[in-house]
Ligand binder design. Sequence first.
Ligand SMILES: [Zn+2]
Length: 63
Amino acid sequence: MPMYEFECQECGEIFEELLGINESTDGLKCPKCQAKNPRKVLSVFSSATGGSSGASCTPSGST
Ligand SMILES: [Zn+2]
């Protein structure tokens, strides 16, 4: 089962939930303020580092 990240639109809390393919986000609530309809955010792995922007895109060997 894939894990998704959600961001509460009320308090900005980020939390993770396991969702099945046929499972909807209707019943999801923020664990902090119990607000409904959290915003699904993509689990961007690279955002965790937050450094070295563009370093990997640097062309090498410009002869
Ligand atoms: Zn909240």
